[in-house]
Ligand binder design. Structure first.
Ligand SMILES: *[C@@H]1O[C@H](CO)[C@@H](O)[C@H](O)[C@H]1NC(C)=O
Ligand SMILES: *[C@@H]1O[C@H](CO)[C@@H](O)[C@H](O)[C@H]1NC(C)=O
Ligand SMILES: *[C@@H]1O[C@H](CO)[C@@H](O)[C@H](O)[C@H]1NC(C)=O
Length: 125
């Protein structure tokens, strides 16, 4: 079988899978991060409240346990800043981890899925 044929079959299968997905609400809830935002500068060791928009959560949230991880240069690092908190809180206090200076840090807030903050700066290592 030629590659293009296999590719076409796979595409068709993927499309069918998408179309077969039930349209019932799945209550995936990924609130956007409000702070830190673009222009935020953090210093290593400081404590800050990460905040996110927790307005209008669906009634049945699939997973309301949150986790915040650090990203740098577009990649998620293994650093967990906060874990096992309710995504409904809208705010969690974190300590800025001991990392190298950089202006390409982001946070990712996980619930059902992940939402990235804009790039911000960490100084003071
Ligand atoms: C985070 O928010 C809580 C509640 O408003 C406040 O008590 C605490 O001091 C804040 N922490 C920081 C580091 O600003
Ligand atoms: C939420 O879940 C409960 C229990 O499973 C169910 O009875 C209710 O209809 C659900 N509500 C919505 C809006 O999906
Ligand atoms: C997560 O938090 C819940 C409620 O505060 C607690 O019962 C549970 O033991 C925690 N789990 C972990 C892995 O820390």
């Amino acid at each position: 079988m030629q590659f293009t044929t296999i590719f076409t079959l796979l595409s068709a299968a993927a499309l069918a899978a998408v179309q077969a997905t039930p349209l019932a609400p799945r209550d995936v809830y990924v609130p956007p991060i409000l702070y830190p935002h673009a222009g935020t500068v953090w210093t290593v060791g400081q404590r800050h409240n990460v905040t996110w928009d927790n307005s209008g959560p669906p009634v049945n949230i699939t997973n309301k346990v949150g986790r915040i991880m650090l990203r740098q240069g577009g990649l998620t690092t293994p650093l967990i800043l906060a874990d096992n908190f309710s995504i409904l809180l809208g705010r969690i206090e974190v300590t800025v981890p001991w990392v190298t200076d950089g202006s390409d840090y982001q946070l990712v807030l996980f619930g059902d899925s992940g939402n990235f903050s804009p790039d911000f700066t960490v100084n003071g290592a």
